[in-house]
Design a protein around this ligand. Structure first.
Ligand code: OOG
Ligand code: MG
Length: 259
């Protein structure tokens, strides 16, 4: 069965705009293959761009065991970062604009040059990277109870909502990203800790997967983009007044709070 892409794009855009969670798509159609879900995702982002937004980067999701266990999904997913989602370090995240936001500590690649697959390796990624920093992603699934199948979350642009890029940027070769330590702190208490190798063994490997994925769809990573390599730990709900700090060895601290 072919999927009515326009219908599901409108469905997900409407959920985000009304800040209302909706039923997963997979329960309502038998046409949601992973490929079709990426078609919905691309059309959804194209609709945002047509309305004045801009793609400023890309993201991976579900690249750590912690996230795979939390979400019940066993392979990485890829999505887009939009200019409208970018917040400065230390920002207050306006919770009324979102449905049920969660925060995640992430490693961010600042791309120097275009990078097209297939065959991209972690070494190619580092050669194409201007710098790396810490970050926090604020995800906000449009689906009820933050529950979905793999194609559902792909169609929903991998729950992308807001993101913060840390201001301490290290040279791509200056830090061994596999060894970066991250402490994720909520209201002064450590929620979780992880090292960079929690991301499929090497954060740069995740970015290589993204480049190779984009190649299958005729795309590439572009110079100037931010690439979020995926959450190092479980995502944590963001609530009014709560303060979330991701502390990274060599990459500084990144903070947000809920307002
Ligand atoms: C899917 C997006 C996951 C990450 O960093 O793992 C993600 C979700 O959990 O809603 O962005
Ligand atoms: Mg994420």
């Amino acid at each position: 069965m072919t999927l009515d892409i326009g219908r599901w794009v409108a469905y997900l855009l409407d959920a985000a705009d009304r800040r209302a969670e909706v039923a997963a798509i997979s329960g309502q159609t038998d046409g949601l293959s992973i490929d079709a879900a990426y078609d919905v995702q691309d059309a959804l982002v194209a609709a945002r761009v047509a309305a004045g937004d801009r793609v400023v980067g890309a993201k991976l999701g579900v690249t750590s065991e912690a996230k795979q266990r939390q979400m019940g999904i066993d392979q990485p997913v890829y999505g887009w970062l939009l200019e409208s989602g970018r917040l400065p370090p230390g920002a207050g995240v306006v919770l009324d604009e979102l449905i049920h936001p969660r925060c995640e500590p992430e490693i961010v690649f600042h791309m120097a040059t275009d990078l097209g697959g297939p065959g991209v390796t972690a070494a190619d990624v580092l050669a194409a990277t201007a710098g790396v920093s810490g970050g926090i992603e604020i995800i906000d699934s449009r689906y009820e109870r933050f529950r979905f199948t793999l194609p559902d979350v792909v169609a929903d642009n991998t729950s992308a909502a807001r993101f913060v890029v840390g201001s301490d940027v290290a040279g791509a070769g200056a830090v061994d990203l596999r060894l970066v330590e991250c402490e994720f702190e909520i209201d002064g208490n450590t929620a979780a800790t992880a090292t960079g190798d929690a991301l499929l063994g090497d954060p740069a490997e995740c970015v290589a997967l993204l480049a190779n994925h984009l190649a299958t769809r005729g795309g590439r990573i572009e110079a100037g983009w931010f690439v979020f390599a995926g959450a190092l730990t479980d995502a944590v709900p963001l609530t009014p007044g709560s303060r979330v700090v991701a502390r990274y060895s060599d990459l500084g601290d990144v903070e947000v709070h809920g307002v």
